[in-house]
Design a protein around this ligand. Structure first.
Ligand code: FES
Ligand code: FES
Length: 166
């Protein structure tokens, strides 16, 4: 039995050391918002935060993460879809099929936390996620809408159900 800290809670799991973090998150913890796309760190569908760093969980062995590191998945972005990026995504109809969008939102959240007013170049460098529906322009518009509407880092904080933030 091992433990992970996910969305503000310590969770128990059992898995082989080389099991990708993605599969523990999805199959053992039941957090299926994080998606499997390519399995080779190319598409970004599996992106979660580990201590605030966007990480492609399909290639991250679960044994390389311990319970002192804070993992945040799409389910932990907000309790009710009220994170500014989630609101912008809804207002601008960013998702099409939606499959890539959890990863997009996790990458965008980390970008805005690091750079509240990103340039196009910043966005291009940070948003390397692949979208088969071609939502790239709307993703960019959503990021810019949040950047222009709220440059305060507090508004971009991820608030967990226990009140802690990352
Ligand atoms: S599933 Fe992890 S990057 Fe594609
Ligand atoms: S919205 Fe369909 S793959 Fe991105």
């Amino acid at each position: 039995m091992a433990q992970l800290n996910v969305n503000g809670k310590v969770r128990d799991f059992t898995a082989e050391a080389d099991t990708p973090l993605l599969w523990v998150i999805r199959e053992q913890l039941g957090l299926t918002g994080t998606k499997y796309g390519c399995g080779i760190a190319q598409c970004g569908a599996c992106t979660v935060h580990i201590d605030g760093v966007p990480t492609r969980s399909c290639v991250r062995p679960v044994s390389s993460v311990d319970a002192t590191e804070k993992i945040v998945t799409i389910e932990g972005l907000s309790a009710d879809g009220s994170h500014p990026l989630q609101k912008a995504w809804a207002a601008l109809d960013v998702p099409q099929c939606g499959f890539c969008q959890s990863g997009m939102l996790m990458a965008a959240t980390a970008l805005l936390k690091a750079k509240p007013n990103p340039t196009d170049k910043d966005i291009d460098e940070a948003m390397t996620n692949i979208c088969r529906c071609g939502t790239y322009n709307r993703v960019r518009a959503g990021i810019k809408a949040v950047a222009q509407g709220s440059t305060k880092s507090a508004a971009l904080a991820i608030v967990h159900t226990d009140g802690s933030t990352t």
